[in-house]
Design a protein around this ligand. Structure first.
Ligand code: GRF
Length: 192
């Protein structure tokens, strides 16, 4: 059977994108064939190229124009889309074309600390400010609202008194790297 073709959408540094690419190098189920960024200077673009994965940049205008990115995804026969630090809203034509086939990773225990503008260190600052004793990651399907799709998986980590934003960010990143590729694989397997 042919492997499922996965595209990863990114805007930033791409540590998760690289981790996913590496995980699926050994998989018989799926392979990452494409990384798409809305930012030409995203580190993730260079990292993908270093892993011999094709990386393409579409600016925000192209993303917003109906059909442009969707046609490209179809032209390379993409089956699954993973958002790994992608900061734009996914256009609705893509959401409708890929029902339950677009998965996002969020660095908090949704529904807490999600929504527009809640990304990266802003999330961890808010968690520390609120004196939460735990935080974590949420992996969810993508719908037309930021961070509101059905939750597939969550994992928790404790927030200790005195944890800085950087310390919490590192704890969360460790969870992300440990679980995200495996959960993606499970989602793809279930949809077969
Ligand atoms: C991750 O924390 C993820 O939860 C969020 O964006 C970040 C991406 O980090 N959606 P990286 O670019 O993969 O290092």
């Amino acid at each position: 059977m042919n492997k499922h073709k996965v595209a990863i959408l990114v805007s930033g540094t791409g540590s998760n994108a690289v981790n996913i690419i590496q995980y699926f190098e050994k998989s018989s189920v799926a392979e990452v064939v494409l990384v798409i960024s809305n930012k030409a200077d995203a580190l993730a673009v260079r990292k993908a190229q270093n892993k011999d994965v094709k990386a393409v940049v579409f600016n925000n205008e192209s993303f917003k124009k109906s059909g442009v990115v969707l046609n490209y995804l179809r032209s390379v026969a993409i089956d699954f889309i993973i958002l790994a630090g992608f900061l734009m809203k996914v256009p609705s034509d893509i959401i409708h074309a890929y029902p339950n086939k677009i998965v996002n990773l969020h660095p908090s225990l949704l529904p807490k600390y999600g929504g527009k503008g809640m990304y990266g260190k802003r999330v961890h600052s808010a968690v520390i400010e609120a004196q939460e004793c735990e935080s974590g990651i949420s992996i969810h399907f993508v719908n037309e609202e930021y961070d509101e799709g059905v939750i597939i998986f969550q994992a928790k980590v404790s927030v200790e008194k005195g944890d800085s934003v950087d310390v919490l960010a590192l704890k969360i990143q460790q969870l992300e790297h440990r679980f995200f590729p495996k959960v993606i694989e499970q989602v793809i397997n279930k949809s077969l």
